[in-house]
Design a protein around this ligand. Structure first.
Ligand code: B12
Length: 578
């Protein structure tokens, strides 16, 4: 088996999640991951494929998923057997703070001389703190690191200095810590392919399928992603991926877009291997109307037949769905409306009306959209308890309005567990009516070991206490679940299980509160948790069934012939495209 030069590792939320009982609650209910956030950043694939192209052997190991799949998977012994030039660990999402740091500590214990590199948006934000840890050697900052990681690995291989490697925070044994400026900021994304041949080849090269899987049930639900941009044009106040956050953290003044024709080719390349849906990340209208139109033309030209998921930050022009319908045979829509209350939505950073929202739903459903996912949040500026419940009632009314279609799926989930670092709210909480419980990296690490998600929450607002965020989340979920059940959007089995789980989770959270009050934070967790039917069961989607999130897809088995066909060398070029 090929020995990798760089091993990219993705840690779970907590390294001891299999032992320590925690009610993670709904923190991951509306994404494909479980609450241990086993999905690795998509950038792992672009880093790995870029390095491989430049003769640096790179292996991705999704430790979080390996631990989830196999209760006996031994991280320590797995790590001990590796011997690369360097290890890379993502701290992209802040909920990985504890897991990523504990993993680095464990690696350093086993391999004291192998450098450990951190990267990702949270690592970028907290690089000063990170580099102080004795087990962190480098932090690669910024949103585009493929070329930087390549330079760094080449320097490590050749033992040459790091002074002129852009975006790098590093330390040496003599002069201490160095902060090289973020000067590698690509203005477009055309040089960074999301090459889906990399994962397929890596399975063969490292004889390891389970390490590359993006999330727990990916083999049954092989969704792929295509990136339209890095950066954002919007300034949503609590988003750590907003224009404001990218400017301050990554030195990025405007988003870097990928040409729509290349995005369509990326999707085609994934489609050559897999039958699953392709999620186009980023509202195509962010760049311009012309970009969105070009994307449709390119998708049509590439004859994309897999379902395509289009996300919009604000309603697109009314005639757009007609054009989508002509360009691709299967598509779904994702839109985050945040709240039914237009004032709350405006305070968040989005100014459109409910009338506009409903017209958009209607236009999409009239024009072949197979499913419309509509997301709402709890924990917003100017949002009180009644407003959260009113959002659930609003969802019920629009579901009824479009009930003949059974294609509109509203979901409500909390802004949890943390306020994104680098967001406007994070930098200036009082201005937006927030109170933050913790700000530094270490405090976030501690919080991830709290007994329930209530104690993990890094904030409360002028309008909702932490308790109210939790209570209103479950109360609105129960209302929404009941409506979906009545309208036939979910099965009675799923409906019953969401209802039971929401109520049980809430009663366990109350039991923990009582214990904390009585015995303090060091109460006997095992004893209190044993009252529940099992934390595993409670951590499985409480607000909506995971299946409800899934767009139609066939399992990887259905794609096997395609994968094999595309790997057979034919006339010197064994790829159809991409
Ligand atoms: C697409 C997306 C997702 C996708 C994930 C796709 C994927 N697998 O990457 C989905 C929808 C699943 C998702 C989920 C979540 N997301 Co999200 N997501 C985004 C979004 C919209 C775009 C991300 C993006 O552009 N990536 C492109 C670039 C920046 O990242 P990348 O290519 O993956 O990685 C590059 C660099 O970051 C860096 N890098 C990353 N890791 C590493 C590791 C090493 C060693 C090195 C050297 C470099 C490096 O190099 C890469 C290549 O250049 C951003 C918002 C935004 N506009 O940025 C939010 C964002 C990143 N997500 C966020 C959050 C909070 C989450 C969730 C925790 C939400 C939740 N509670 O459910 C989950 C976590 C999922 C998990 N781990 O299981 C926050 C993160 C804030 C923070 N600092 O913690 C953001 C900023 C905004 C937001 N609130 O949505 N997300």
């Amino acid at each position: 088996m090929q020995k990798p030069d760089l091993v990219l590792l993705h840690a779970p939320v907590n390294l001891d999640f299999r032992q320590k009982p925690i009610i993670y609650g709904p923190i991951s209910d509306v994404i494909p991951s479980t609450p241990i956030f086993e999905m690795y950043p998509i950038g792992f694939v672009s880093i790995a494929s870029h390095l491989e192209k430049n003769k640096i052997h790179t292996r991705i190991v999704n430790l979080a998923n390996r631990m989830l799949q196999d209760p006996l998977f031994d991280v320590d012994s797995f790590i001990s057997k590796l011997n690369p030039i360097a290890f890379g660990i993502d701290l992209h999402w802040l909920p990985h703070a504890s897991g990523s740091l504990d993993l680095a500590k464990l690696i350093k214990r086993r391999h004291p001389t192998i450098p450990i590199i951190f990267g990702g948006l949270s690592a970028t934000y907290f690089h000063h703190e990170l580099i102080e840890y004795p087990f962190v050697d480098f932090v690669v900052r910024g949103d585009s690191t493929e070329a930087v990681v390549l330079q760094l690995l080449q320097r490590l291989k050749n033992n040459t200095p790091f002074e002129d490697v852009p975006n790098l925070t590093w330390k040496d044994n003599k002069d201490g810590i160095h902060f090289n400026a973020i000067s590698h900021i690509p203005t477009d994304l055309n040089e960074v392919p999301l090459d889906y041949t990399y994962p397929v080849r890596s399975v063969l090269k490292y004889r390891d399928l389970s390490s590359i899987l993006p999330f727990k049930n990916w083999l049954d639900y092989p969704i792929t992603m295509a990136l339209t941009c890095r950066g954002c044009t919007l300034d949503c106040i609590s988003c750590g991926g907003s224009r404001y956050a990218y400017r301050n953290m990554c030195n990025r003044d405007k988003p870097a877009f990928r040409d729509p024709e290349l995005v369509a080719k990326d999707i085609k390349s994934a489609q050559n291997f897999l039958n699953g849906p392709a999620f186009i990340i980023g509202d195509p209208f962010q760049a311009s109307n012309d970009y969105a139109e070009r994307l449709l033309r390119a998708l049509k030209k590439e004859k994309i037949s897999n379902p395509v998921v289009l996300e919009f930050f604000t309603p697109p022009p009314p005639d757009f769905f007609e054009k989508v319908n002509k360009a691709i045979p299967h598509y779904n829509v994702q839109l985050s409306a945040e709240s039914h209350d237009e004032e709350v939505r405006r305070a968040f950073g989005k100014g459109y009306s409910n009338k506009k929202l409903e017209e958009t739903i209607q236009n999409a459903l009239k024009n072949g959209c197979e499913r419309f996912d509509l997301f709402f949040m709890v924990g917003l500026s100017k949002q009180n308890y009644t407003s959260v419940l009113d959002t659930a009632h609003y969802c019920t009314s629009i579901m009824k309005e479009f009930s003949h279609e059974k294609k509109l799926h509203p979901m409500i989930s909390p802004l949890a567990p943390f306020i994104d670092p680098g967001s406007k709210v994070y930098e200036n909480p009082q201005k937006y009516g927030y109170h933050l419980y913790w700000k530094d990296l270490e405090e976030h690490c501690q919080a991830l070991h709290a007994p329930t998600w209530k104690y993990m929450l890094s904030y409360e607002t002028e309008w909702l206490t932490r308790d109210e965020i939790v209570e209103s989340t479950y109360e609105s979920a129960i209302i929404l679940n009941k409506a979906k059940l009545e309208l036939g959007l979910i099965s009675s089995k799923d409906g019953a299980s969401v209802d039971t789980q929401s109520r049980e989770a809430l009663s366990l959270i109350h039991a923990v509160d009582k214990a904390v009050k009585e015995y303090g934070p060091d109460f006997n967790r095992e004893e209190v948790f044993s009252m529940a039917t099992g934390t595993k069961h409670l951590n499985a989607s409480t607000l909506c069934p995971k299946k409800e999130l899934e767009w139609p897809a066939s399992s990887i088995l259905m794609s096997t012939p395609k994968i094999l066909w595309n790997l057979i060398p034919r006339g010197g070029n064994n790829q159809k495209s991409g």
